[in-house]
Design a protein around this ligand. Structure first.
Ligand code: DGJ
Length: 731
């Protein structure tokens, strides 16, 4: 049983994959946080901290504790605890005081679903236990059900909260975090993944300091700027050593990840929907479900934390038939043609792609309405006969006749002011009457808080998907949300719009992925602007960044790998000079960088010289040989692009009999040192053959002494090694 309740000490022990999370019912009825970290052997330890009374602070009304210093789970504000709260409920008397105390609990096998929201899941009840604790405020009748799932085989705890109004009056929910708790100490570094368009998810590490700190989004989407993730790292924590605690939110809208270090040296951590401009009217009997937070603990450094997230997200967040299937090598026409294509031009690219072994042709933006640039037609999901006179079906059949599958781009959540849809339904976009409608990329955002808008777009997209043999969809989303108001909601519910909108997005994704289970969906938001766990629940892969420059991609893919598995990252080889940063890098280097993700090309193959096509054939053969291993293996980051000129990582098969090592050097250095790369994750008792050649090395030597790294001359060079264990596979 991953979850145990020790009746004597009224303590819950959540044992998940080698880590323990412990909380207790305090004599006051509050839930007290006790421990999260290394596994605890005994139960009912003397874990409950003595009352930590401080001078000049309040004492709880029942005299049991000091509200300002007690370590809590899911706290409230207003009775002497001045740290940020987990939940705020404005009641009909205008106040927001709550005294939620323990009212009961249940432990159930498996993991209940979160209605309408993406979440991790179990495939059998034996995989996890879920603790459901109810706390109740007697005065208002507000009840909060806290859910904690402990996975048997993953060092992960998932948390969420459901707020139920069992009182007689309507209330306004103004904050409903998914998880909040207090750590006894604050000697940690805060790690977050931040950036901008074309430079998503760079690593930032700062020492925690007294006061509030964290990251958030107010953009209506998780966004390019901050990922819904933070980690707290023990001092000196590196890839292999130290404690790493990850906090990841399965949500794609406005989020907040907060840490507050108190004067007493403790740290409160919280994660959830951003309370900024959020409120939810709860009529008597109504409930609100907060999204899921996924907490991972590792005693084996940042690398251990990442591998735990990778295994969990790869196998129990991503769903559907593509979860475990090999992903096709694709060619996307965007950087080859932009909006300027004909069926013949596309077919010309496809012909060359098929000849070198590409498996999927993706037609990007510009195939519908009258879309010859980005100023029109979003919302009019009807093929443009001026561009494709014989229709989509004809083009898709020409492509499939070449032995490739056919994929198509959509941007379902958007509407162009110059579109038939907008002319018919000018109030279907997010807007506030009488106010300007701010455009970004000449487009507005559809109001997906309205079920009829979601249904209309769903019908239109489904009709296209049924009209031709379409095997893949690229689901784009190219702007953030402004004037977040809905024509369908009354004044008192306008602050629900942003969350209702993202629930509508999820509902459409759920509908289309269920209706078309064989289609592979790839997410995109101006590149990696919404690369988050919520999206991965519907779309097993995501376009990592619009920046396809191989050298920039080292940082972007390395940063993304802190939480997300390689199997979720779209990575394409594009032309040089690169279209985003104008850098020229060798084709081999670009291919080696892209081979660590879902591999593809995004350039005009019809314009490529034969020598390049030959190199691409080699790349494709390599990807076909290694993609299953790269998608399912364990990632070990060996050298960080944020630290120097050398970047390296490797992927090891679950049985440790195969591995692939990637190393990249940026600028050439005169008379450089010959670095040795110490490998990780191999079996020290096995011998490994390098690149199918005569060299055989022990796993112990490869990890302790390392591998000589000898780069060719020139800037932007790469080395790839394939390791295969010698000797028979044990029975
Ligand atoms: C932004 C995406 O990130 C690109 O890959 C491309 O699909 C364009 N949108 C098309 O408008």
């Amino acid at each position: 049983m991953p979850i145990v309740f020790d009746i004597a000490s009224r303590t819950f022990f959540l044992n998940s994959g080698g880590a323990t999370y412990a909380l207790a019912i305090h004599p006051s009825g509050l839930l007290q946080h006790l421990h999260w970290g290394a596994p605890l052997r005994a139960q009912g330890l003397a874990l409950i901290r003595p009352d930590d009374r401080r001078p000049y602070t309040a004492v709880s009304a029942d005299g049991t504790h000091c509200p300002e210093s007690i370590a809590l789970e899911y706290p409230v504000y207003g009775h002497g605890d001045f740290r940020f709260p987990a939940v705020t409920v404005r009641q009909d008397d205008g106040h927001q005081l709550l005294e939620p105390v323990y009212a009961g609990h249940r432990i159930v096998a498996g993991k209940p679903r979160l209605e309408g929201l993406p979440a991790t899941y179990t495939e059998s009840d034996a995989e996890a236990d879920t603790l459901l604790i109810t706390v109740r405020d007697a005065v208002s009748g507000i009840e909060i059900e806290l859910a904690y799932t402990a996975f048997r085989d993953h060092p992960a705890i998932t948390r969420s909260a459901r707020i139920v109004n069992r009182g007689a009056a309507a209330v306004s929910l103004e904050r409903a975090h998914s998880a909040v708790f207090d750590l006894a100490g604050s000697d940690y570094e805060l790690l977050h993944l931040s950036g901008a368009w074309a430079s998503e998810r760079s690593l930032y590490r700062t020492r925690l300091r007294p006061g509030s700190q964290g990251v958030e989004s107010r953009r209506g989407a998780s966004g390019h700027h901050h990922n819904p993730f933070i980690a707290l790292l023990s001092p000196g924590c590196d890839e292999d050593h130290g404690e790493a605690m990850g906090f990841s939110l399965v949500y794609s809208g406005n989020f907040a990840a907060e840490v507050e270090v108190t004067a007493f040296g403790s740290a409160r951590v919280g994660l959830g929907i951003n309370p900024h401009e959020f409120a939810w009217l709860l009529e008597p009997g109504a409930s609100f479900q907060a999204p899921e937070a996924v907490l991972v603990w590792s005693g084996e450094g940042l690398g251990g934390m990442s591998r735990a997230y990778h295994r969990l997200y790869r196998t129990r967040l991503v769903r559907g038939r593509w979860r475990d299937a090999e992903r096709p090598i694709l060619i996307n026409n965007w950087e080859a043609t932009y909006f300027d294509f004909t069926a013949d031009r596309l077919d010309g690219i496809a012909a060359r792609a098929a000849a070198i072994g590409v498996e999927l042709f993706v037609l990007d933006d510009g195939w519908f309405g009258r879309r010859n640039d980005d100023r029109s037609s979003l919302g009019d999901w009807v093929v443009d006969r001026a561009k494709l006179p014989a229709g989509l079906d004809d083009l898709a059949r020409r492509i499939t006749a070449r032995g490739m599958r056919f994929g198509l781009w959509f941007e379902p959540e958007m509407i162009s002011p110059d579109s038939d849809l907008y002319r018919q339904h000018p109030d279907w976009c997010l807007h506030v009457p009488g106010r300007v409608r701010t455009q970004a990329r000449q487009q507005l955002v559809l109001d997906f808080s309205r079920p009829e808008v979601v249904a209309h777009i769903g019908d239109a997209v489904a009709a296209v998907l049924r009209s031709a043999p379409i095997a893949y969809v690229k689901w784009d989303m190219n702007r953030t949300l402004t004037e977040i108001g809905s024509a369908a909601l009354p004044a008192g519910r306008q602050r629900e719009t942003a969350h209702r909108h993202i629930i509508g997005v999820y509902a459409l994704m759920e509908r289309l992925t269920s209706e078309f289970p064989d289609i592979l969906f790839e997410g995109c938001a101006g590149g990696g602007g919404r690369f988050d766990p919520g999206m991965l629940h519907y779309q097993p892969q995501y376009w990592t960044s619009d920046n396809s420059d191989g050298y920039s991609r080292l940082k972007i893919q390395y940063g993304t790998s802190i939480v997300y598995p390689l199997s979720t990252m779209g990575a394409h080889v594009s032309a040089v000079p690169n279209h985003q940063v104008h850098r020229t890098t060798p084709l081999r280097f670009r291919g080696d960088v892209a081979a660590s993700g879902n591999f593809g090309y995004e350039l005009d193959l019809a314009a490529c010289p034969d020598a390049d096509l030959e190199e691409m054939r080699r790349q494709i053969a390599f990807v076909k040989r290694t993609r299953a291993l790269i998608a399912s293996g364990d990632l070990y980051r060996l050298a960080s692009p944020f630290a120097g000129n050398l970047t390296a990582w490797m992927v090891v098969a679950p049985d440790r009999r195969r591995a692939v090592v990637f190393a990249f050097r940026g600028a050439v250095e005169p008379n450089p040192p010959l670095p040795r790369l110490r490998l990780r994750g191999l079996d020290p008792a096995l011998d490994y053959r390098l690149d199918g050649g005569p060299t055989v090395s022990g796993g112990d030597a490869l990890m302790a002494a390392g591998l000589d790294l000898w780069f060719a001359q020139g800037d932007f060079t790469s080395k790839v090694f394939e390791l295969v264990a010698t000797g028979p596979v044990p029975e």
